[in-house]
Structures are given as C-alpha cells and as structure tokens.
Design a protein around this ligand. Structure first.
Ligand code: SF4
Ligand code: SF4
Length: 182
C-alpha cells in the first residue's frame, strides 16, 4: 500500500465525526501554531493586525542572554478560547490554518497521530477521508518548509544579547515586551 492510501485508511478507520464541541478551539494547552503565510491569509480576511492575531510561541530558549522562540500561536481570549471562536463557531472557517483543518490528525514525518477528540472512535468510517488526507499532506509539506526556512533565518542572524526574538520563515522579529507580559 502506498503512503497516501495508508494515511487515508488510518483516517477512515479512526471513525472521526466532528461533534462541533469546540474543545480543540479552547483551553490553555491548545496552542494553534500558525506560519507567516497563514497569518497573512487571516489578516487579508479580517480587519486585524499581525500582533492582534498572534503572539510568540510560548516556549523560550536562552542563548547569549537573549530569549528566543520559533513561531507564532493564535491569541486566546481571557476565557482561554481562540479569539476566532464566537458562539461555538469558527469565524475564520474558510481561512482557518492547517492545524485546524486536520485536527485531530497529524503526521509526524511518516507517523500518523490522533489527538484527543470526542468525535473519534465512531463505528462508522470517517467521512471525507480523501479530503482530510490531502489536507494532512499539504500540512506536512507546509510545516517542513516553514521549519527549514526558519532554521535558515536562525543560522544567518546574529543574536543580540538581552533581546527577545521570534524566528520564523520570514526573519528574526525583535519583541520589545517581555514574554511574561505578552
Ligand atoms: S475536532 Fe474533535 S475536539 Fe474539535 S470540535 Fe470536532 S469533535 Fe470537538
Ligand atoms: S482558528 Fe477556528 S478552528 Fe482554529 S482554533 Fe480558532 S476557532 Fe478553532
């Protein structure tokens, strides 16, 4: 069986039928990572600026007295919901990022992973397995590209001591607000 057929079978057998419970759009541990192209797509769709949509990915490393992270996550409101969740619905549904299109599935290289989701394990096979499989492959390609370009940006920029920096595929972004206040 080739890889695409294998992934499609895994998706089908998961018995996934979304219950629209919004559990994957809320909670402190549900970080929705988004790449610069995805942020741009959202900016084009809604009247919000970059910093109103995302904040730095909240895992920091320290290097030569600088605090560094790699990437962005969609901001959450005070109740820990994604800022785009309104009345239990995604207000950017047509422009939602890869991670949301493919939840609860993901590919880690060739490994097929299912995240926690009450919509899984139904007796019936997953509907739209073909489309979900295509989305999963698109997501993996996009994530691989984002990772590779981000690494290049990290290697080519010198780190300013004492600074706070977000690296992504487009460059090194100096952040003026301390991470704990973001
Ligand atoms: S994907 Fe799962 S967790 Fe997310 S809304 Fe659907 S059933 Fe709920
Ligand atoms: S962008 Fe939409 S689908 Fe993704 S977490 Fe936010 S509300 Fe949910």
């Amino acid at each position: 069986m080739d890889e695409i057929a294998l992934i499609r079978t895994c998706v089908e057998e998961a018995g996934f039928h979304c219950l629209c419970c919004s559990a994957c759009c809320s909670g402190d541990n549900n970080e929705v990572m988004v790449s610069p192209p995805e942020i741009q797509t959202i900016m084009d769709a809604v009247d919000l600026a970059w910093n109103e949509i995302v904040e730095p990915y909240p895992e920091w490393i320290t290097e030569t007295d600088a605090r560094i992270t790699f990437g962005w996550v969609i901001r959450r409101s005070a109740d820990s919901n994604c800022i785009f969740l309104k009345n239990n619905r995604c207000t950017i549904y047509q422009n939602r990022p890869h991670i949301c299109r493919t939840y609860p599935f993901m590919l880690d290289d060739t490994e097929f992973i299912i995240s926690e989701c009450p919509g899984c394990k139904a007796k019936e096979k997953t509907k739209d397995a073909e489309e979900i499989t295509k989305d999963l492959l698109r997501r993996r390609d996009a994530e691989d590209e984002e990772f590779s370009l981000t690494q290049k940006q990290y290697q080519k920029h010198s780190i300013i001591s004492g600074s706070t920096i977000v690296f992504d595929s487009r460059g090194a972004h100096l952040i003026t607000i301390p991470p704990e206040k973001l």
